[in-house]
Design a protein around this ligand. Structure first.
Ligand code: NAD
Length: 485
């Protein structure tokens, strides 16, 4: 199949492509070059209405289709993503600024895995029955909700978009989905792939546009019964304020300020290798990155001696080059925000150990949004730098002396998404894991993902869980049926 990318992207509604009804467009910028590469619809409530009409028409057939039919179609989508790996990889990198090798090895393969995983979930999903001896039997029907909204961010564009869409479709729902307006292209291409895979018209509708115009219209629409959102805590708060009084089902995957706790007795080499990844992978723009590194005081100086030279080797460069370890930040706005955060850290008394500045790349990328990986020390747990999400290539270092102190530092923010623990003492690791306030804990590893496990945060990092049966349960309504003997 031919996956062309037009200058003006269009919405995917009822199995076809349409310009936005109000003909309003946003610029799409390549963050590595700073150049405008196209226009994307800034959709409005009118476009959402058209998508809802299409989804409503499609729902009776899709929701009652056999699980095998859903399996076949979703599995075909997974195959087509694989077959178009190169086109999707390039589109993702041009939109997001991440290195091509990263899109190629992680983002696009994972989008395909999401569809494959939930294709099989459609076949395996079962529900409970409960018997009261000699009295009654209950069974639980898990029925599709109807029309659901999926809204995703820019950091892992197709990866997180499909993480929501695939379970929603597998469970028999019709979907109105909106990718981030900053990284729309792979979502646009997914529409073409779904059409080719034989997904019936109207089952998946993909609308483009910004949060206030398109996103809020999705959240407000009375016939969209559930919202699955991944993005910032601020936008999550706004979405909850609209959806909660309408009693919509809500799944919110929000920001983080994750601790990475390093004990002196850890496997040092493995910890260093993974701490480089967890600090600066995707330019630090992964919600699971460990942005606060907490180090046992006895090895604090050794950590700096070993870690900083390695960070300094993470060269920023043209994302299309194999040799670039770090690409561009996703947008000018985000680039400026991260630079401001570094300035704030300095004002708060932080000492910059490396990085701390923008990087100019010669040639094609001379106007791109590059920042050198930055390590900061000398800041206490309560300053803004250690409290607020930066979501860029910036980490802070803090020493601790005891397990209690490590836990106090780890839990000292309003966030609670993920944490990493490095120690060879597995009892200590499990004790710390049990007391950490976060939805996900990695012991002696990072970003090791099994798609069956619950995924999500606590505190200001979110409400609800994605992944495996959690996602299938979110996208269905449980109805209990009781019969007396
Ligand atoms: P964002 O909140 O600005 O936008 C996310 C999505 O929501 C976009 O599609 C945007 O258009 C839309 N949106 C924004 N305001 C909206 C509104 N009022 N109503 C409806 N939709 C709205 O987030 P971002 O800058 O794209 O992404 C970065 C954030 O996402 C970071 O905070 C990061 O931690 C978070 N994130 C969390 C997870 C997780 O699993 N917890 C994963 C990835 C990213």
């Amino acid at each position: 199949m031919q996956l062309d990318i037009p200058y003006h992207l269009e919405n995917f509604i009822d199995g076809d492509f349409f310009p936005p009804l109000k003909n309003e467009f946003l610029d799409n910028i390549n963050p590595a070059t700073g150049l405008m590469v196209g226009k994307i619809p800034n959709s409005t409530a009118e476009d959402v209405e058209a998508a809802v009409i299409a989804a409503k028409k499609a729902f009776p057939d899709w929701s009652s289709s056999s699980s095998e039919k859903r399996f076949r179609i979703l599995n075909r989508i997974a195959e087509l993503i694989e077959e178009n790996l190169e086109t999707l990889t390039l589109a993702e990198t041009n939109d997001n600024g991440k290195p091509l090798w990263l899109s190629n090895q992680v983002d696009i393969p994972r989008a395909s895995s999401n569809f494959r995983f939930f294709a099989t979930a459609a076949m395996q999903f079962a529900s409970e029955s409960h018997s009261q001896q000699n009295h009654s039997i209950n069974y639980t029907l898990r029925q599709p909700i109807g029309i659901v909204g999926c809204i995703s961010p820019w950091n892992l564009p197709l990866y997180l978009f499909t993480w929501k869409i695939a379970p929603a479709l597998a469970a028999g729902n019709c979907v109105i989905a909106k990718p981030s307006e900053v990284t729309p292209v792979t979502a646009y291409l997914l529409g073409k792939i779904c059409k080719e895979a034989g997904l019936p018209n109207g089952v998946l509708n993909i609308l483009h546009g910004d949060g206030p115009s398109c996103g809020e219209a999705i959240v407000k629409h009375p016939q969209i019964k559930a919202i699955s959102f991944t993005g910032s805590t601020k936008a999550g708060e706004k979405i909850a304020s609209i959806a909660a009084p309408m009693f919509k089902k809500l799944s919110l995957e929000l920001g983080g300020k994750n601790p990475n706790i390093i004990f002196a007795d850890c496997d040092w080499k493995k910890m260093l290798f993974n701490t480089i990844r967890s600090s600066f992978g995707n330019q630090g723009q992964i919600c699971l990155c460990g942005s606060r590194i907490l180090i046992e005081a006895s090895v604090y100086e050794k950590f700096k001696t070993d870690f900083i030279p390695w960070v300094e080797k993470l060269n920023n460069g043209d994302p299309l080059l194999e040799t670039s370890k770090q690409g561009a930040l996703v947008s000018k706005v985000h680039f400026e925000k991260v630079l401001q955060c570094i300035e704030l850290a300095k004002q708060e008394g932080g000492k910059i150990l490396c990085g701390g500045h923008a990087v100019k790349i010669e040639g094609r990328c001379e106007n791109g949004y590059f920042i050198a990986p930055t390590v900061i020390e000398n800041l206490g747990p309560n300053c803004r730098t250690n409290q607020e999400e930066i979501f860029g290539p910036v980490v802070t270092l803090q020493p601790f002396n005891t397990i209690e102190e490590a836990l106090e530092l780890a839990n000292a923010t309003d966030y609670g998404l993920a944490a990493t623990i490095w120690t060879q003492d597995i009892s200590k690791a499990n004790l710390v894991a049990s007391k950490i306030e976060s939805g996900i804990v990695w012991i002696n590893c990072w970003l090791e993902r099994d798609l069956r496990t619950p995924f999500g945060g606590i505190k200001n990092s979110g409400v609800g869980r994605e992944g495996g049966w959690e996602a299938m349960k979110f996208f269905t309504e449980a109805k209990n049926v009781c019969t007396e003997y």
